[in-house]
Design a protein. Sequence first.
Length: 454
Amino acid sequence: MSQNPIAETVASLMPRAKQELTELVAFQSVADWAQFPKSESEGAANWVAQALRVEGFQDVALLDTPDGTQSVYGFLPGPEGAPTVLLYAHYDVQPPLDDAAWVSPAFELTEREGRWYGRGAADCKGGFVMHLLALRALKANGGVPVSVKVIVEGSEEQGTGGLQQYAEAHPELLAADTVVIGDAGNFRLGLPTVTATLRGMTLIKVKIDTLGGNLHSGMFGGAAPDALAALIRLLDSLRAADGSTTVDGLASDGVWEGLQYPEADFRADARVLDGVGLIGEGTIADRLWARPAVTVLGIDCPPVVGATPSVHASAGALISLRVPPGVDTTEAIKLLEAHLVAHTPWQARLELEVVGQGQPFQADTASPAYASMAAAMAVAYPGEEMQVAGMGGSIPLCNTLTELYPEAEMLLIGLSEPEAQIHAVNESVSPQELERLAVAEALFLVNYAQSKRG
């Protein structure tokens, strides 16, 4: 990275950033009280609030959102007449999954082979540290040229919508001229990227009942309707033979016209085993960013260990449906529910419960903020041009902010490049990427303030 005062300042702040990320990763802030104590999330929220106070933020508050979690808010006033920029991150994380599969403990930031490992290191505690680095660099080099609002969510990974509901009830709170969402990532390590589209999502619990209780499979199997078998048939109806998602009435032929994702790169990023085929058809970008995707997240049924020779009376599953831009999630849910009802075999009793949802998102890439970010990234990543990509994941708050502030520009950047392996075991962040993106964000704020002055 060619040095300039901001880049030099960020580089000098990296040891402090590592220590702060170590402290923040140590909180087991999974916003599911059945798995982790609520006190862990409260501790992370208080840590974030104190960090904002130290940086001179005003009106720092722990917002009690309707889903029972807390989001952290703060305001840093800028020069008179300067635009306002909202910076977003979230401190809640996914559960570690398999503790034994982590090379180092999930909640202990550990440096290994040039990367920092720990749950939330990239998604998205590192995103909050990125914001801090950018602001500190600006303060050390003439001051922050814009007014800054920071909002750090406490339940983004759960999809329970607490912050969205709070924002809708307090529409003035997060109003800004532009929004920088620090929860996306570069398409490739070292390739500066803004994310222009997000798929929406829904989570639906499925329960099938067929009998008053389990039965002996020798005495009743062959005639008694097996709830687990019915569930397997139902779930299989959601995929075509090639693995494409098939929900009756839901279009699955979208095309992505922008940056493409080479299949060999995808296979490596996804760690697809040798000889195993990919699912679906069309380009990888089509499948990830422009089409729906169903995933069975979990099944309630007896484990193999301890299983008995029984015809099962009940079985359940949790299904995720990713919804492409241009499709209304509410309509997609109706189609999915109708599909599940229509494809339930043997007149089995079916119960459905929607437990989470979010709309897809599409940004205006022709906005002035994109030009400011492109110029900033060209400095932070010498020799590289900013790319515009999609992302298969969901950030429901994006649509809420778009609806509340239709004139606001929105950019999505972040630390979740493929090597970060977010949501998987051994999540990590590249400290070089953290450094470069902090520089890019700081330079963006300078460029954006200048563009607004005319």
